[in-house]
Design a protein around this ligand. Structure first.
Ligand SMILES: [Zn+2]
Length: 341
């Protein structure tokens, strides 16, 4: 099962037993299709959720995670953390599509309750339950002191649909809590070149785990979408290595010359009606900058004009339904963010 967890899951197989012990002593528990928990024998300092395939066609991180499962099983990957591995939207993975009815990564924090007929709604409920229980077990199994220092992490790995000025970047959910130095150290260790800070709450998976469990949660956008077997996984070596260091209980490797840029959301482009016009090429790269005075979108009386010296566009998409966000606008806040850590 664990030698090729991806094929096992795609084939719809289920293990004869739902738990067992690896030769290394690590206990494994099957918690659902594409969901497996690993627990080392010795006391652990942290719990880590590692997820991929929340969007079914984002194959590279799914392949990376499947290899990590194989290496945990063989003992090649050291384990000093409780780890919950999740393949998110398995039906969409089989169909090589982003989602069947609804974007799974917009259904968390109970939003699935409004879309009960959606193919993705039961999976969102299942993933909420399994991650909530995974983090809650920490408080039950350890004394109060140990529980307060037990770190909780969630690394949710994706690939972006469009090119990006920064090929690999992270998004941090907004919780109202101060930013975490250790998270920024980890993001730099993972070789990312940019991080985007949200300023509003949302219904993503990492927002759910950050808010509900207090997890250090990040969404990683690791390059472009390709078909299974067509990824150059060497491009993802840095993030793979830093995830392996994290579950091995090792500190992030400090970079003497950090190059991580930080951007903060300052506005969004809203699609009001079918008359919406986005004055940006369909294939414009994420984080493309625009100068003050540029009119980026028009829709009846509505316009979006760049009001700061420079704003950058992220996730532009004029084909969304009216009433939804057609793009995010961000500004460079690298200096003030690092000063605040
Ligand atoms: Zn995605």
């Amino acid at each position: 099962m664990f030698a090729n967890f991806l094929d096992f899951v795609l084939d719809g197989k289920k293990p004869a037993l739902t738990e067992g012990r690896l030769p290394s002593g690590v206990k494994w528990t099957w918690l659902g299709d594409g969901i497996v928990r690993f627990e080392p024998e010795a006391a652990v300092l942290q719990s880590v959720v590692a997820s991929a395939g929340i969007h079914g066609d984002e194959t590279a991180p799914i392949e990376i995670l499947s290899m990590l499962v194989a290496d945990i099983a063989s003992g090649k990957a050291a384990l000093k953390s409780r780890v919950l591995v999740i393949f998110g939207n398995i039906d969409a993975m089989r169909a090589s599509c982003r989602y069947r009815d609804d974007d799974l990564n917009r259904l968390f924090n109970g939003r699935y309750l409004e879309l009960a007929a959606s193919h993705e709604a039961p999976r969102a409920a299942e993933l909420e339950n399994v991650t909530r229980a995974f983090f809650a077990e920490v408080e039950v199994d350890t004394d109060a002191d140990a529980a307060s220092t037990h770190a909780k992490w969630h690394i949710d790995m994706h690939t972006a649909i469009r090119p990006s000025v920064f090929e690999q970047f992270a998004l941090l959910p907004y919780t109202g809590e101060p930013l975490s130095r250790v998270m920024f150290d980890w993001l730099q260790d993972a070789g990312l070149s940019a991080v985007l800070l949200h300023k509003e709450k949302s219904n993503t998976f990492t927002h759910f785990t950050a808010e509900q469990a207090g997890a250090l949660a990040c969404t990683l956008e690791l390059g472009k979408v390709r078909a299974f077997g067509h990824n150059d996984l060497s491009r993802f070596a840095a993030s793979d290595a830093s995830l392996r260091r994290l579950i091995a209980g090792l500190a992030p490797i400090a970079r003497s010359n950090p190059t991580l840029k930080v951007f903060t959301v300052v506005g969004q482009i809203d699609k009001q009606s079918e008359a919406f016009k986005l004055h940006v090429a369909g294939d414009v790269a994420n984080f493309t900058p625009f100068a003050r005075g540029t009119v980026l979108a028009e829709d009846g009386d509505y316009t979006y004009e760049v009001l700061r010296d420079e704003e950058r566009i992220v996730f532009p998409n004029p084909t969304v339904k009216p009433g939804l966000r057609a793009g995010l606008m961000v500004i460079d806040t690298t200096e003030e963010t690092f000063d605040s850590l």
